[in-house]
Design a protein around this ligand. Structure first.
Ligand code: NAD
Length: 334
């Protein structure tokens, strides 16, 4: 099938072409899918999209007019897709149901270790011939309480690793997970988790219910020196509310791999541009903030699985088969 791969970078091309082995006609573009660029997919029955693409009702309308029948997401989260509009227009949406949860969980742990022990600042200092330890002090993870919001695949792997460090675990989820319980996790309300944790790590999906779950009111419940980590989706946090918190708390810290306005910034080299986003620029001035550009998924293993599942989804669609990755099964595949 003819497939237009939006928001693609060299690494997407490498992994998708290796998984495809010439079966489908893959065309790659670096541009993101949005109203302005949907026209590029005219006569492509399949578009392949990423988390930064806009797959709202207007875009789907245009894709439908151009003959698109399948949106193949190369991601797990689908908060950027209007599923109702897709079903109405007869467009099937498929995702990568799961891939290495280790990639994201290990990255969250990496952020915690980096922030806590100031590895990023130490590296810069030493490169500059500055071997002073002033301001680099951290804390032992052993014995600290870690709050895990969302104890699904990634949250469980993350909990296992933190348990290995000797941390106590608090969990908050709609469904309790036996594996986490076996690690000694105690399930509590979100309020109790925020109040009782030294580190809070977010691993739940972005839904209307979880949107801004971390806001000025819930931030006020955090311990004064708590570390907040978000490797899930940016809009779980009202980012604006972090700034007064960071100005006041001094000993707290924030690690973000995702940002609610990331689609205008991430996955691009803007080092020669004036960045017109005062919130992220202000956040970057705090020594106790660590930001990465939505890279937690980015391991070879995860990329192989994402590419393999995406091509498998396109294979199934083209053969008229459904599978567990279809997000709108009410749209009967014909
Ligand atoms: P999962 O579906 O296995 O787990 C999500 C968990 O969140 C489930 O246990 C679910 O019950 C829970 N949950 C749902 N609503 C909740 C609520 N209101 N309060 C508390 N818990 C709630 O998903 P996963 O594979 O573990 O992925 C988690 C999230 O990580 C994804 O939704 C995605 O947004 C994000 N993610 C980020 C990256 C990255 O590169 N940064 C990569 C992959 C996934």
């Amino acid at each position: 099938m003819k497939v237009l791969v939006y928001s693609s970078r060299a690494y997407d091309k490498t992994f998708l072409e290796a998984a495809n082995q010439g079966k489908h006609e893959l065309d790659f573009t670096e541009v993101s899918l949005e109203e302005r660029t949907a026209v590029l997919a005219n006569n492509c029955p399949v578009v392949c999209c990423f988390v930064s693409d806009d797959i709202g009702a207007e875009v789907l309308e245009q894709l439908s007019q151009g003959g698109t029948r399948l949106v193949a997401l190369r991601a797990t989260g689908f908060n950027n897709v209007d599923l109702e509009a897709a079903s109405r227009l007869g467009i099937t949406v498929m995702r990568v149901g799961h891939y290495s949860p280790h990639a994201v969980a290990e990255f969250a742990v990496g952020m915690i270790l980096t922030m806590n022990r100031n590895l990023h600042r130490a590296h810069q200092r030493v490169r500059d011939g500055n071997f002073s330890l002033e301001g680099l002090i951290g804390f032992d993870l052993h014995g600290k309480t870690v709050g895990v919001v969302g104890t699904g695949r990634i949250g469980t792997v993350f909990s296992r690793i933190m348990n290995g460090f000797g941390c106590e675990l608090l969990g908050h989820d709609k469904y309790e997970n036996d594996e986490c319980r076996k690690l000694g996790m105690r399930y509590v309300s979100l309020e109790e988790l925020l109040d009782g944790s030294d580190i809070v790590s977010l691993h739940c999906p972005l839904t209307p219910e979880t949107h801004y779950m971390i806001n000025a009111d819930t931030i006020a419940l955090l311990k004064p020196d708590a570390m907040l980590v978000n490797t899930s989706r940016g809009a779980l946090i009202d980012t604006r509310a972090l700034i007064p918190h960071l100005k006041k708390c001094r000993t707290c810290s924030v690690c973000l791999d995702v940002y609610e306005e990331e689609s205008d910034l991430f996955y691009r080299n803007l080092s020669n541009e004036v960045i017109d986003d005062d919130i992220i620029m202000r956040l970057l001035t705090f020594p106790n903030v660590l930001i990465t550009g939505h890279q937690a998924f980015f391991t070879r293993e995860a990329m192989e699985t994402i590419a393999g599942t995406t091509i498998g989804n396109i294979d199934d669609f083209s053969a008229g088969r459904t599978n567990e990755n279809v997000l709108n099964p009410e749209k009967v595949i014909d």
